[in-house]
Write a protein that binds this ligand. Structure first.
Ligand code: FAD
Length: 485
């Protein structure tokens, strides 16, 4: 069985620049001989759980079309397969005479298990899987405390992360591709199946796709970077980068983003917003490290004492959960946020915090129900950040919101959407209410509502819970945690 060729297996790294696995495969091939095949597998183990109209599959499909075109420009092309990756990869390696499969690491528990299965199958035939760091600047145990322990609090982790980058600037150096591109195996035919062939529907893309989409969003964001720190919390403003879907699917490189920020900061550009945005990129790495080191958090509390919290159950809980999912809680900011999620697949960060807090601390529902719902709906769904965000809101996570701190959905609305710009966009039935009334329509006298053409319970729901009462219940629910100390 020939083994001089190699494969680069693309997964959540759909780009042809600054790509660690591709760089290493090409460089090794230039030095040792053999050709490099680029491969993507539409993994039926993952696709099986998705609806036909999944926005992310459409996004990936468009990214692959661009990746294939770019690889062809460089002299290669993309082989696309549809099947279980654990079978397809070893089979392809045999067909292509590939002795080594190069991948960029993925820190989610299921991906780690899949990679272990692929590595074992390859090893049975004397082939190997080589894993590289690519999706983060620092991974696993690269950022440690002075006593070589793991961090579980963000700010000291961030300070250590920044210190490490200052002493190791090459950590964000780009992985070169073009100088070694001659080792790419040229492909004659395109093999990207259509969406219907994969069992999915054509439809609009949730964001500009591919490397070009990421570049477009980043370039549009940079002029707004200086204001990021002050504007990022207001969902009615277009103040954040919207790059999360691109970081999720690797159409941009985090090293490229950090390098750009460094260069801007060195020139005094990017203002007060640049370090704040860098902090957000570090939060992403913090959560990736936490998930890798503590994989149990995918389904259990980071802090075990919180597993004793008893959540609401039964029909009432299921009805309240359905009201939350469908944006009919009667709290306009929560409902507008859920409408944004359900119609676009995106939700602003402040609103992720508000809706998650509302589910857990106003409705008393298990954070895992909400985490799973977000996982199905979010275009940028990333297990580490999603579980991290949910456990933060539920107070069960590391460096989380204290359990006795409970967002008030009305004051959050008054503070972060004061004029109701965001609410009006997603709840047009409330658009006639003025800025004072739009945050809590049930407090508006009936004649005023009537003058605005709104009948509560018909045009918009009455609140499903009273926040004051819910707050009290939550403090009692979480008292078990105090007792456990
Ligand atoms: P920007 O504000 O422009 O930030 C730049 C990048 O930094 C983001 O693209 C993202 O990669 C990273 N980032 C920003 N905030 C956070 C954060 N709090 N935690 C981790 N990384 C961050 N983010 C996801 O990418 N996927 C998820 O599944 C996800 N689920 C979340 C669930 C909850 C309950 C909460 C509270 C937050 C969640 N986040 C998640 C984090 C955050 O809400 C999104 O990353 C952000 O809203 C994406 O918008 P943006 O790209 O415009 O972000």
């Amino acid at each position: 069985m020939p083994t001089s060729n190699s494969i680069v297996w693309f997964r959540r790294d759909l780009r042809a620049f600054d790509h660690a696995a591709l760089h290493h495969a090409l460089r090794d091939a230039v030095q040792n001989g053999g050709e490099v095949y680029c491969v993507f597998v539409f993994d039926t183990d993952i696709l099986a759980g998705l609806p036909r109209n999944d926005r992310r599959v459409r996004f990936i499909h468009a990214c692959l079309a661009e990746l294939d075109a770019e690889l062809r420009r460089l002299g290669g092309g993309l082989i696309v397969r549809h099947g279980a990756a654990r079978d397809s990869l070893p089979r392809l390696a045999a067909e292509l005479g590939a002795g080594t499969v190069y991948v960029n690491g993925d820190y989610e528990p299921d991906a780690i298990a899949r990679d272990a299965a692929v590595a074992s199958a390859l090893a049975l035939e004397g082939r190997r899987l080589l894993v590289f760091k690519d999706g983060v600047v620092f991974e696993k145990n690269e950022v440690l405390t002075l006593s070589k322990g793991l961090y579980s609090v963000f700010t000291p982790y961030k300070n250590a992360w920044l210190k490490r980058l200052a002493s190791q600037p090459e950590a964000v150096a780009p992985w070169m591709i073009e100088p070694y591109a001659a080792a790419l195996a040229p492909l004659l035919e395109a093999s990207l199946p259509t969406l219907p062939e994969l069992g999915f529907d054509d439809g609009p893309l949730p964001a500009p796709a591919g490397m070009s989409g990421a570049t477009q969003l980043f370039e549009a964001f940079l002029p707004r970077l200086a204001d990021y720190g002050t504007a990022r919390d207001f969902p009615g403003l277009s103040a954040t980068s919207q790059l999360s879907i691109h970081l999720r699917f690797g159409t941009t490189s985090v090293r490229h983003l950090v390098r750009t920020l460094q260069q801007m900061m060195a020139l005094g550009a990017g203002g007060a917003g640049a370090p704040v945005w860098l902090s957000e990129l570090i939060w992403r790495e913090f959560y990736a490290m936490i998930l890798f080191q503590h994989p149990h958090i995918a389904g259990r509390s980071f802090k075990p004492a919180f597993d004793a919290v008893e959540w609401e159950a039964g029909d009432t809980a299921r009805e309240l959960f359905a009201a939350w999912c469908e944006g009919r809680t009667g709290y306009p900011l929560v409902d507008a946020a859920m409408a944004q999620l359900n119609t676009t697949g995106f939700m602003h960060n402040r609103l992720r915090m508000v809706t998650a807090s509302f589910l857990v601390k106003d409705l008393g529902i298990d954070w895992r129900w909400g985490e799973r719902y977000f996982a199905r709906q979010l275009n940028d769904y990333d297990m580490a950040s999603n579980v991290g965000g949910w456990q933060w809101a539920a107070s069960t996570g590391c460096d989380a919101q204290p359990w006795f701190r409970i967002f008030n959905p009305v004051t959050q609305s008054q503070k972060f959407d004061a004029r109701g710009v965001f609410i009006r966009q997603y709840l047009p039935q409330l658009a006639t209410l003025d800025a004072r009334d739009i945050h809590a329509p049930w407090l508006v006298p009936a004649d005023e509502l009537e003058a605005c053409g709104i009948v509560l319970r018909k045009d918009y729901p009455w609140p499903v819970v009273d926040h004051g009462e819910a707050r009290q219940k939550t403090l009692e629910r979480f008292a078990v945690v105090k007792a456990a100390r």
